[in-house]
Design a protein around this ligand. Structure first.
Ligand code: GL7
Length: 807
């Protein structure tokens, strides 16, 4: 894929004429963006169709990553980067008087995910392609992505995300690849003309799944994989079945909205339909493609790996069984054998409320054939265990798929797949030792860890060109392809020039963010302050509240003693709360009110500022992360499965202030104790409290005048305008005994923050720490993570290696 600047300019102008009959000067940004998109698309289209054809011709084993969420963000610049023409296009546009950065703003963030889980799926897509691996995504094309967040009087208000309003340049609708999906009705087995038992469907609703494909470009390797997202339509033949427009609408809305909950079970019928819809469509299209290879279905696992990203796509299992048995006449035993070998599963949380369960009645009514198969899977599992563990009926009760009239999706996924992994060492250990211990005893060989990773191209090369340049000048450019080479930076830890350049890059990123803050909130902030960042979904277990309590402490300290020695701090929050999660929304309101109070207090005089940026999303993350000095990763130990903002912030030179939770543990191992600040209870201590049940939050309050003053501020009017929210927060800590041990960890957190303050004062040392973080972030590259999935779970190989072997 090569293109000179002049070729690019010509092509752009030509297409602009064809499409809009316009010259550059007359075109709006949107028009220019559209045309640029089509130039880019044309540019990779050959590679896209070749990749597809090569896989087919070579009979290459492919992985399919099934996820109900993908969160790619904007794609223009990452596509340009991966094609190797970012600079050419930027320069070409500049010649024509157009700024690429401005054009890139026109693109709507593709926000078909809630948070970490969806963003991880997109980082993985990028890395799969960049590693040359044959792997594709499969998900839902929601008409509306994650809601847009606005603050009105400090309250979160949700607005619809009409991301498709101006069209989506990157997708290709593939009408000819549509498949039908059946819902509801009755299913019974009847003998067919060949004497086989086949299911007969009565009164089922038939919906059409139409795929929209998006190219996933590998980093400068000519490989283009596919992200396939399904959208619902009503087949023409079925139109008579709808009695009214409203009736029809209800079905057409199946893929309209993304469920905006994060780490929470969604027990809603539409959600179940969504899950089956994209799973059935995806598995059907995989089988259809596979049949073109002319291979028997009982070796499907040699050509296809299906990954179940969290339990939402776990219906892949019964759906695969259905297709193999009902449509291809395979026996139960054979079908099960193949299915287990094809499927693998990742668990992303131990939070009990997030472990999906579906009521049997709901499943039976809406997905009758799925339920029949699940019931049989359950029956056979119970039979087998009864033979192996006759003396242990409790084990069977605890592990079976159907319990108390509910289908346990995680059990289904573990029992019927060959691999179950957690997303950080600590998380995987907890799965084995506690949460999924029974299953670990039954199937020890299936359990493994795959620590999450991030697409370092987006989070460093694209988000932080300033730092990237310093790296190029210092250690050469190999880190761009091999993030492990960032390690070379360690050799410069005593080099003052390099340290100064790093500081300079950080400062300029802080200035960029400061301007954004000023523009969007009207709050003036100083780039000299410590930029202290907590960006993630708002959830009680992530403990944004702990951060807020500490801010109040600093505030009162300064009020009492205006001369107190303390570095200036800017506390930055970015977080959306699930619309139905009232407690999280109360915390947002409280943070906003505290921000108002402190930012406008003349006594404070700007020494502490608090900014809650609206509508945190991928794009905003790209702006905030390069500017961060401190990375707040303060969840209650054991609750955050991995976290990924921790990795992005570290890569951009922020110092991690963390509990030993999720991947923070591995960050500490990577940089060493001297280059992170760790505080708070360990996961063991947390479990000890659970066992002894002797945590009394109120004792901490009673014994600490500092905490009394801070907590009272929520209910005595010190923080204005939070009459109800303040009471709710106060009660959550004292009356309801502080579920996430905020008060227990408060003192330790304050000390850790004091340590940060002292460390920052010694700028030279701080820069050295920052350098060490950048240098050791390579191991969190999603490229490595994907290579491990490829080798150890999916058994797929990079294409280059494959062709070499063939040659
Ligand atoms: C999550 C975890 O909470 C988060 O710690 C992890 O980094 C992420 C990706 O593995 O998955 N699990 C989950 O249900 N959501 C997450 O972000 C929404």
């Amino acid at each position: 894929m090569e293109m000179t600047k002049e070729e690019f300019k010509k092509e752009l102008q030509q297409r602009l004429k064809e499409k809009y009959a316009m010259d550059i000067n007359d075109a709006s940004s949107q028009e220019l963006y559209n045309v640029l998109g089509s130039v880019v698309k044309a540019y990779y289209s050959d590679a896209w169709s070749n990749t597809w054809k090569d896989y087919l011709e070579d009979g290459q084993k492919q992985a399919y990553y099934f996820s109900i969420e993908f969160l790619p963000g904007k794609m223009l610049k990452s596509n340009l980067l991966n094609m190797g023409i970012l600079e050419t296009v930027e320069a070409g546009l500049a010649d024509l008087g157009v700024s690429l950065d401005e054009l890139a703003q026109v693109e709507q963030d593709m926000a078909l995910g809630n948070g970490g889980l969806g963003r991880l799926a997109s980082c993985f897509m990028d890395s799969i392609a960049s590693c040359g691996l044959p792997g594709n995504g499969n998900g839902i094309r929601y008409d509306y992505g994650l809601f847009k967040q606005r603050f009105v009087d400090g309250y979160q208000v949700e607005l619809p995300d009409e991301w498709l309003r101006n069209g989506n340049t990157w997708e290709v609708r593939k009408e000819s690849k549509a498949v039908d999906v059946l819902f509801g009705g009755n299913v019974y087995l009847a003998e067919d003309t060949d004497g086989q038992l086949r299911p007969v469907y009565e009164g089922a609703r038939r919906l059409r799944a139409v795929p929209y494909d998006t190219a996933v470009l590998g980093y400068q390797n000519h490989l283009v994989n596919t992200l396939r997202l399904w959208s619902v339509e009503i087949p023409e033949s079925e139109e008579d079945h709808y009695r009214s427009i409203e009736d029809r609408r209800a079905f057409e809305d199946l893929t309209a909205v993304l469920y905006p909950d994060d780490s929470n079970e969604r027990g809603r019928q539409t959600r179940l339909w969504q899950e089956y819809f994209f799973v059935s469509a995806g598995v059907q299209s995989i089988i259809r493609y596979y049949l073109r290879l002319n291979k028997p279905l009982d070796v499907l696992n040699e050509y296809v790996a299906i990954h179940i990203n969290d339990t939402h796509p776990a219906l892949c299992i019964p759906e695969m069984m259905r297709i193999l048995m009902d449509e291809h006449g395979m026996s139960w035993e054979k079908a099960f054998n193949v299915t287990v070998k094809v499927m693998s599963y990742t668990n992303h949380t131990i939070m009990a409320e997030a472990l999906e369960k579906w009521p049997v009645a709901l499943m039976k009514e809406n997905l009758p054939r799925m339920y029949q198969i699940i019931e049989e899977l359950d029956r056979r599992f119970v039979n087998e265990l009864t033979i192996c563990y006759p003396e242990n009926p409790e084990l069977i009760q605890r592990t079976r798929i159907i319990q108390n009239e509910q289908v346990h999706m995680a059990h289904l996924a573990i029992i019927c797949s060959h691999s179950t992994n957690g997303v950080a060492k600590l998380h995987s250990d907890l799965l084995k030792e506690v949460v999924l211990h029974d299953f670990y005893q039954l199937f020890p060989e299936r359990f493994n860890n795959k620590t999450n990773g991030i697409a370092q191209r987006r989070w460093l090369q694209l988000a932080n060109p300033k730092l990237s340049k310093v790296l190029d000048q210092t250690i050469g450019t190999t880190w761009r392809k091999t993030p492990g080479d960032l390690k070379l930076l360690q050799n410069y830890v005593e080099d003052q020039t390099v340290l100064d350049q790093l500081a300079e890059a950080k400062k300029s990123n802080k200035q960029r963010l400061a301007s954004y803050i000023e523009e969007t909130t009207g709050i003036t902030v100083s780039p000299e302050a410590i930029f202290d960042v907590q960006i993630k979904r708002l959830h009680a277990y992530k403990r944004q509240l702990l951060n807020l309590l500490h801010i109040l402490k600093l505030y009162f300290d300064l009020k009492d003693d205006p001369k107190k020695v303390q570095e200036s701090r800017l506390f930055i929050f970015g977080a959306k709360a699930a619309p139905s999660y009232t407690y999280a929304k109360s915390i947002i309101k409280a943070i906003n009110e505290v921000a108002n109070l402190i930012n406008n207090d003349p006594d404070i005089n700007g020494r502490i500022k608090v900014v809650f940026l609206e509508n945190y999303n991928v794009h905003l993350a790209e702006l905030i992360i390069p500017a961060a000095d401190v990375s707040e990763q303060i969840s209650l130990a054991s609750k955050e499965a991995s976290g990924t903002s921790n990795m992005k912030l570290m890569l951009n030179g922020a110092i991690t202030l963390a509990t030993l939770d999720g991947a923070n543990v591995e960050i500490r191992d990577a940089v060493g104790d001297d280059n992170v600040v760790i505080f708070g209870m360990t996961e063991r201590e947390v479990y000890q409290y659970y066992e002894r049940q002797d945590y009394v939050a109120k004792d901490y309050y009673d014994q600490s005048p500092v905490l009394q003053r801070i907590l009272n501020a929520f209910v005595d009017g010190t923080i204005p305008n939070i009459y109800f929210e303040g009471r709710e927060i106060f009660d959550s800590l004292l009356k309801h005994n502080d579920e996430y041990f905020v008060l227990r960890d408060f003192d330790a957190y304050v000390k850790a923050q004091e340590k940060i303050d002292g460390l920052y004062r010694d700028q030279h040392h701080w820069q050295q720490m920052s350098l060490m973080n950048i240098a050791n972030a390579g191991r969190f590259s999603a490229d490595d993570t994907m290579m491990r999935y490829a080798e150890e779970i999916w058994h797929i190989e990079p294409v280059e290696q494959y062709s070499k072997k063939k040659g």
